[in-house]
Design a protein around this ligand. Structure first.
Ligand code: SAM
Length: 292
């Protein structure tokens, strides 16, 4: 919904998604256009900025990866992500694997059908509960090639998983997959590390979403854990960096609230094993943890 609202309200969009409105459906679109839907409220602008920035950053990473010859894109916890359906890639050179909770995946496929959005042959669905199955199990039989590099996107999912499930996923990406593989994900910081004022903002956001945050990470500790897996390079983009990257010079003032950080990783060619090329630690502004 935030991505859909971004298409309608924010000019120019930082993230262009011609299917974002279509996939949410006409009732939702009406709510956004009337301004009644909460995602369209002025107060939701920083969250729209965050959602737009994390998707834009990920697809910028994907474009770079494709340029390097990567032909596998895995969207973990895909939700209503529309990349696979926008026709912006060559299906002969990119396979998209949408990995999601079975219930969400069924719902999405119904949404796609209702919105008359065609599903290209290059898309493969893998239903997985990250808490119960490993990614390797979920991808078995899908044609995903463990021996070829891939870009993984994992946006808006980490906050809802247990630490064990998160670390198991990251260990698999770091340890079992081939060099040149990278992952982009966002995560919340513990509320103890932010100011009381920021904590109030976070609490309001959490209440608005209604789903509890299960896991948060202290950035320095997560960075250490990622390197130990081993990811050869880890980078962190905070809100200020993302604002400078994507929101500078706007007349509408759209920007992320400078509560938090993002992290981005690049591979160290000297290291063996899989590489975290990019690991954005983004602020899930919906769950919002603040920056210190
Ligand atoms: C907030 S949505 C994010 C969707 C999308 N990545 C985006 O950026 O808009 C969270 C996604 O995480 C998925 N998810 C949450 N818990 C999961 C689990 N245990 N196993 C698999 N997917 C899960 C949900 O199905 C949903 O697609």
């Amino acid at each position: 919904m935030y991505r859909a609202a971004h298409q309608l309200l924010d000019r120019p969009p930082v993230f262009t998604d011609p299917l974002a409105l279509k996939i949410v459906g006409s009732d939702a679109e009406r709510g956004l256009r009337s301004g009644e839907d909460r995602h369209a409220l002025p107060a939701a602008a920083p969250m729209r900025a965050f959602m737009a920035a994390r998707s834009r950053f990920t697809e910028d990473c994907l474009a770079e990866a494709i340029g390097r010859g990567v032909e596998q894109y895995i969207v973990l916890g895909a939700g209503l992500d529309t990349f696979a359906y926008r026709g912006t890639y060559d299906p002969a050179h990119l396979r998209v694997f949408e990995v999601d909770h079975p219930t969400t995946q069924i719902w999405k496929r119904v949404r796609l059908a209702e919105a008359a959005i065609p599903v290209p042959n290059s898309v493969t669905y893998a239903p997985i509960d990250f808490e119960r199955e490993t990614l390797a199990e979920g991808l078995a039989g899908t044609g995903f090639d463990l021996g070829e590099p891939a870009l993984f996107a994992w946006l808006g999912v980490v906050p809802y998983l247990t630490r064990e499930a998160i670390m198991a996923m990251l260990a698999l990406v770091a340890g079992k997959l081939t060099r040149g593989t990278e992952i982009v994900f966002d995560y919340p910081e513990p509320t103890e590390s932010i100011s009381p004022r920021q904590r109030k903002v976070v609490a309001a956001r959490v209440a608005a979403v209604g789903e509890p945050v299960k896991t948060a990470f202290v950035p320095s500790e997560l960075g250490k854990a990622l390197r130990a897996l081993p990811f050869s390079d880890v980078q962190d983009l905070d809100a200020r960096t993302l604002n400078a990257l994507y929101f500078s010079g706007r007349s509408d003032g759209l920007a992320l609230r400078a509560l938090r950080h993002r992290r981005e990783g690049r591979p160290d060619p000297g290291r063996s094993g899989s590489e975290l090329r990019r690991d954005p630690r983004a602020h899930p502004a919906d769950r919002g943890q603040g920056a210190r």
